[in-house]
Write a protein that binds this ligand. Sequence first.
Ligand code: NDP
Length: 400
Amino acid sequence: MGKVLIIGAGGVGTVVVHKVAQNPDVFTEIMLASRTKSKCDVIAADVKNRYNVAIQTAQVDADNVPELVTLLNAYKPELVINVALPYQDLTIMDACLEVGVNYMDTANYEPKDEAHFEYSWQWAYKEKFEKAGLTAILGCGFDPGVTSIYTAYAAKHYFDEIHYLDIVDCNAGDHGKAFATNFNPEINIREVSQHGKYWENGAWVETEPHEIHKPLNYPEIGPKESYVIYHEELESLVKNFPTIKRARFWMTFGQEYLTHLRVIQNIGMARIDEVEYNGVKIVPIQFLKAVLPNPGDLGENYTGWTSIGCRIKGIKDGVEKTYYVYNNCSHEAAYKETGTQGVSYTTGVPAMIGAMMFMKGLWRKPGVYNVEEFNPDPFMEQLNIHGLPWIELHNVDLEL
Ligand code: NDP
């Protein structure tokens, strides 16, 4: 059906390549390109072994538009799946526009020199993509991604108006390390150490980092202390579902993780500005990334589950109702299938499904769109088929 270029050979990229290779009827040709080609070759060899599917590989610096343009012109994919880092979103979008290629990612743009992410930069490309007749699909991982699609599905099938949305993200897994992040450490630490923020009555309410917290019960897992943090899908969801009165994002953190995080911040290792060390300029958080465990390698001894879902309250036919939809994903099962842990898996599977939606023509319209702006039904169907089945609970106590 189509030719796809995946950019980024990290934990998420590994899962995307596996899942794309498992669907050769949809993805007829596959290329994986990244900054370090040897990493692409290792993934391609593993996939060839497992599914007997050939993956082409290439080296590319995705910060460099001319390099990207050369690669896109040479390979001529229909769609680029960007699973490099959020820093590369705009350069890859620019190259896609220049060559005439459709675009998809899993995280919104973030400038390197400012720990700040918002959609405005990418939404500003809407007209350019419309004029070029190209589709750009933003935020197609789990959160953002599946959580946004869960919300769209709830709005379509179960509610006339959604009033309260709480996205709950629990990682109850154990990787056996004193401290490690589950996806790119630089991006992860920037995200979780910033001020909290949630939407209430038409405005953003800012909190101190991790100020609001309470134990929430996760299915098959039990109670876990959960913290309100800002997460990017809140921005697009309150815009696309304007009946929402309050939208929050909760994430679980263990005490050990928070203690390490506090120390890292207090000693300056989370700094994103350059410091001089022995005559060399280094960015502390980038140095820290180099010494922390690689998230892509955590899988082997990872046990336990992730549990991510949406807890929604609103009205249907004038009656108040609640709805909880979630997926529990086993780190061990993810590792067995793809050699990566559950957080990479829960991001890579939706990225493949989003690409499948595009290739099948189900999610294809010129412009720049967040995933909740497309029909959620065929996507939800595929989640059940490709490893992330969902469970619905109606009119239960949401604890929130
Ligand atoms: P990793 O750090 O494991 O992988 C990133 C990959 O991108 C690496 O292979 C890296 O290359 C490559 N890369 C970085 N910079 C460039 C560049 N300039 N040019 C080419 N390649 C580059 O990250 P993850 O796999 O954990 O995360 C990937 C993306 O997924 C991130 O954007 C993250 O924010 C997003 N994500 C989204 C989630 C969601 O649910 N929506 C959840 C988790 C992650 P090298 O190997 O040389 O370093």
